[in-house]
Design a protein around this ligand. Structure first.
Ligand code: PLP
Length: 390
């Protein structure tokens, strides 16, 4: 490495490695050492590193037109909006540049919904253990004190209940007439890989209908095939009012989206919300290409099949492991919870197994491999994890 990291703000505890090249599920560091990537940039590079089709599209679009402004029509944005709406059951899209920004748009929709209902002190119901981003609104929505510490006073307007617990939502509904929306992840990723049950999401949908709450589903990590369906909520057979996306939508090119249907899709009018870079021709053309590849190669189905394969291998080898508390997941979003803090396994996996993993909430190994992994790579990930834990 040529430059020192000391000029960077100390927002990350960085690992002592830097990558210079990638291909599919593999990365090479600046010394030429090869690694198997079971993080995928935290659920971002689902179609692999240096995907040639995406690289070609970026180069071509960069040579044609990068950016105009949202004061003009942008054809790639219109196409991406239409295709995402068709896949998700939504009706309109707002494009931005990150997951937090997508959630900010959703939270602004909740405020406009409150305004229309004449609720002066609106509350958005959010979950314990959730993660929604690092902006001031999304960190207040996040159910992790470590994310919030030092940033008080937190933005008001959030009411927190335990995750996957419909009784808690019913009680909140009975006690708080000012609730206007719910924001929920179908699978809590940063929170330790916990999936909500289908019956919970179905009951939540029903409560939203009964109380005129917007059902807002944070699909930033779960969306775009990660859990084995296009979107995590589809496992429950429901349709939310608002969904947020980012991460894999650009396969590493920054793009986020807030999609809405019904009255929620009509809440924004000109002047309400904007983003200079949001939805520019380059980002949206990349998004369209991601969809082309995912549709052609049946990526959500492949994630489901690979996820079963990986989970089965992990269960078979680790179910009786004395330190393994639980092995769980949906699609290629998998958590292995241990009975102790295991943050040191990140470095050991990297240095001893040449495998890139994350540990979330201190005790859970999280695997988020690229969705294009073939069977041999899935088996290789399983073998390296099993060796790591043995
Ligand atoms: N929502 C969820 C569920 C996430 O997992 C994340 C990031 O990990 C975010 C929101 C924030 O996304 P971003 O880092 O792009 O702002």
């Amino acid at each position: 490495m040529t430059s020192s990291p000391s000029y960077l703000m100390q927002t990350y505890a960085r690992q002592p490695v830097s990558f210079s090249r990638g291909q599919g599920a593999r990365l090479w560091d600046t010394q030429g050492v090869e690694y198997l990537d079971a993080i995928a940039g935290v659920a971002v590079t689902s179609l692999g590193h240096a995907n040639p089709e995406i690289a070609a599209v970026i180069a071509e679009q960069a040579g044609q037109l990068l950016h105009t402004t949202n004061m003009f029509r942008i054809e790639w944005q219109e196409q991406l909006g239409e295709r995402l709406c068709a896949l998700s059951g939504m009706q309109r899209a707002f494009f931005c540049n990150s997951g937090a920004e997508a959630n900010e748009a959703a939270l602004k929709l909740a405020r406009l919904h409150a305004n229309a209902r004449q609720v002066a002190q609106p509350q958005v119901l959010v979950m314990e253990n959730s993660f929604h981003g690092r902006t001031l609104a999304t960190l207040a929505a996040t159910g992790n004190p470590a994310v919030q510490r030092g940033f008080e006073p937190l933005m008001p307007g959030f009411l927190r209940v335990p995750y996957d617990n419909i009784e808690a939502v019913r009680q909140a509904a009975a006690q708080s007439p000012d609730i206007v929306a719910v924001l929920v992840e179908p699978v809590q990723g940063e929170g330790g890989v916990h999936a909500a049950s289908a019956s919970y999401l179905q009951a939540l949908r029903q409560l939203c209908d009964e109380h005129d709450w917007l059902m807002m589903v944070d699909e930033v990590q779960t969306g775009m095939g990660r859990t084995g369906t296009w979107f995590g909520f589809q496992h429950a057979g429901i349709v939310p009012d608002v969904i947020t996306l980012a991460k894999a939508l650009g396969n590493g090119f920054p793009i986020g989206a807030c999609l809405a249907r019904g009255t929620a899709a009509e809440l924004f009018s000109p002047g309400h919300h904007a983003s200079t870079f949001g939805g520019n021709p380059l980002a949206c053309r990349v998004g369209c290409t991601v969809l082309d590849i995912m549709e052609r190669e049946h990526i959500p189905q492949r994630a489901a099949t690979s996820g079963h394969r990986l989970l089965a291998a992990l269960h078979e080898a680790l179910n009786n492991h004395p330190n393994v508390v639980s092995i769980r997941g949906l699609g290629l979003m998998i958590g292995i919870e241990l009975d102790r803090n295991c943050a040191e396994l990140v470095g050991r996996a990297r240095d001893e197994q040449h495998l890139l993993i994350t540990v979330t909430r201190g005790t859970t190994i999280r695997l988020l491999p690229p969705l294009i992994c073939d069977e041999a790579q899935i088996d290789d990930i399983a073998e390296r994890v099993i060796r790591l834990l043995s």
